[in-house]
Design a binder for this molecule. Structure first.
Ligand SMILES: O=C(O)C(=O)C[C@]1(C(=O)O)C=C[C@@H](O)C=C1
Length: 90
């Protein structure tokens, strides 16, 4: 079915873009992790996370994406980032 193949090709492109976007995000957060370790700042910043979640939920609603999913996805990424930050502290 041509439409199925076409949609799958787009899905594969989007998945590739997600991997590249996530790789760039983790490059940034690794730099943040080094700075936090250097200046003895805590790995997690719950107030910033609350602002990020509120912002992302609103963006999700505008984009017709389930805001609960957007929140879960961000929390999943941030928990991995915090794990990296903790590793930098040794
Ligand atoms: O902004 C920071 O302080 C970060 O360390 C980055 C980040 C994130 O991945 O967005 C990760 C952990 C913090 O709790 C908040 C945000």
């Amino acid at each position: 079915m041509a439409e199925l193949e076409s949609m799958r090709a787009s899905i594969d492109n989007i998945d590739a873009a997600l991997v590249h976007i996530l790789a760039e995000r983790f490059k940034c957060t690794k730099r943040v992790g080094r700075l936090k370790a250097e200046y003895d700042l805590p790995p997690a910043d719950p107030e910033r996370e609350a602002r990020q979640i509120a912002r992302l939920r609103a963006l999700a609603v505008d984009a017709d994406l389930d805001p609960a999913f957007a929140e879960k996805f961000l929390n999943f990424i941030i928990s991995e980032v915090i794990r990296h930050h903790e590793a930098f502290r040794g």
